[in-house]
Design a protein around this ligand. Structure first.
Ligand code: DX5
Ligand code: ZN
Length: 216
């Protein structure tokens, strides 16, 4: 599986969005992770489609991975597709028919992913494994950056890898130089990191260091 590192824009300096998006692209990271929050689904708010469009404008070649922390992602799929999302990630805990919405995402030519909160059993993903391009296992409770990695989520990665050897398996939350190798060993191949990467003055060397670490 291809190893991918995705800086999360949530941890960027909000006074310099365009520069921060270019800094993430120049770091050699694989894609930008953009967190969209609906305050009825998580206890916070963040961005809307305009930020996705900004990312497309300032870094057109930098892949846009869009995480929809929303109760009704189905109402906004087209808006995020029009803005330039390339993967749309919807939560299994959201209030929509996942089979229908995953098919709609793919029909728009985008990649479709399901996200699982820490308290949600991984077995709930079983009926959807043939309908997704990626599974995102939350390793913190969604809503905020800078939280501590929940180690109890690691077995979910092994469960998924055993059943879906070719699936992209991503973690999001509390990722750093210590927890990324743990998640990799358990079966993940894609790593979202917000505060860890944006907090580094030299994001490029940190991305290179993480890749070296995973290459063993
Ligand atoms: C949390 C978001 C994450 C967040 C991760 O709700 O989904 O993408 O940016 O931040 P860190 O890497 O700082 O835990
Ligand atoms: Zn996220």
């Amino acid at each position: 599986m291809k190893i991918e590192i995705l800086p999360s824009l949530l941890a960027a300096d909000y006074g310099r969005f365009a520069d921060e998006i270019r800094r993430a692209e120049d770091s050699g990271a694989d894609a930008l992770h953009i967190d969209i929050m609906d305050p009825t689904f998580v206890p916070n708010m963040s961005f809307g489609p305009d930020i996705v469009a900004l990312a497309r404008r300032v870094a057109p070649g930098f892949y846009r991975n869009v995480h929809l922390m929303m109760n009704r992602p189905d109402l906004y799929l087209e808006a995020f597709a029009r803005a330039g999302a390339q993967t749309l990630q919807i939560h299994i805990e959201s209030d929509c028919d996942l089979h229908t919405e995953l098919a709609r995402i793919r029909a728009m030519g985008l990649k479709a992913a399901i996200v699982l909160n820490p308290e949600t059993p991984v077995e709930r993903l079983a009926p959807y494994l043939g309908e997704i391009d990626e599974a995102l296992v939350m390793t913190v409770h969604p809503g905020y950056g800078g939280q501590k990695f929940i180690t109890d989520c690691l077995p979910k990665l092994s469960w998924l890898r055993a059943r879906a050897p070719g699936l992209d398996i991503m973690i999001d939350g509390g990722a750093n130089a210590e927890t990324i190798p743990q998640a990799f060993a358990a079966g993940a191949n894609q790593f979202v990191a917000g505060s860890h990467l944006f907090g580094k003055a030299d994001m490029k060397s940190e991305v290179a260091r993480l890749r070296r670490q995973l290459a063993g």
